[in-house]
Design a protein around this ligand. Structure first.
Ligand SMILES: [Fe+2]
Length: 155
């Protein structure tokens, strides 16, 4: 059976792995939610929000890949299955059907704000367990905060 020898102690690997897994779920669901809004958006600001939502999709996909690959590198298998994400995600879920631009801006602002707060907690946690993972989480938090700002000012 394939295993990866972790560079971390058992306890540090366990804590860091859980943090990376929670981050992966957040990021996969952010990708899916931003695409749902990208497709179903309506309103005067359609064009700019439609394009900005794809920036969120891109950052979510990129950081999801980074945290998942870090998990494997420390000997923890990432779980990005749809059912796992659906069961465990804490993100706001959009209604089906068309989504007015003002509601999307408000919802995405809240989502990014809440996720940013969770990422900051994860940065704190990994301060004691794995500085390399912490670095990846800081980079993700930076991009989440930036998009949070750019949606919040459109409210
Ligand atoms: Fe598109």
């Amino acid at each position: 059976m394939t295993t990866v020898k972790s560079p971390l102690t058992d306890e540090a690997r366990k804590v860091t792995g859980a943090v990376l897994q929670d981050s992966l779920i957040d990021l996969i669901d952010l990708h899916l939610s931003a695409k749902q809004a990208h497709w179903n958006l309506t309103g005067r600001n359609f064009r700019s929000i439609h394009l900005q939502l794809d920036e969120v999709v891109d950052l979510a996909r990129e950081h999801a890949d980074t945290v998942a690959e870090r998990a494997v590198a420390i000997g923890v298998n990432p779980d990005g299955r749809a059912r796992t994400v659906a069961d465990r995600s804490r993100l706001h879920q959009f209604e089906s059907g068309f989504l007015p631009d003002d509601k999307v801006v408000a919802a995405i602002t809240d989502m990014l704000g809440e996720m940013g707060a969770r990422f900051r907690e994860r940065v704190e946690t990994t301060d004691d367990t794995d500085l390399v993972s912490q670095d990846l989480l800081i980079a993700a938090a930076q991009d989440l905060d930036k998009q949070h700002w750019m949606f919040a000012v459109q409210r």
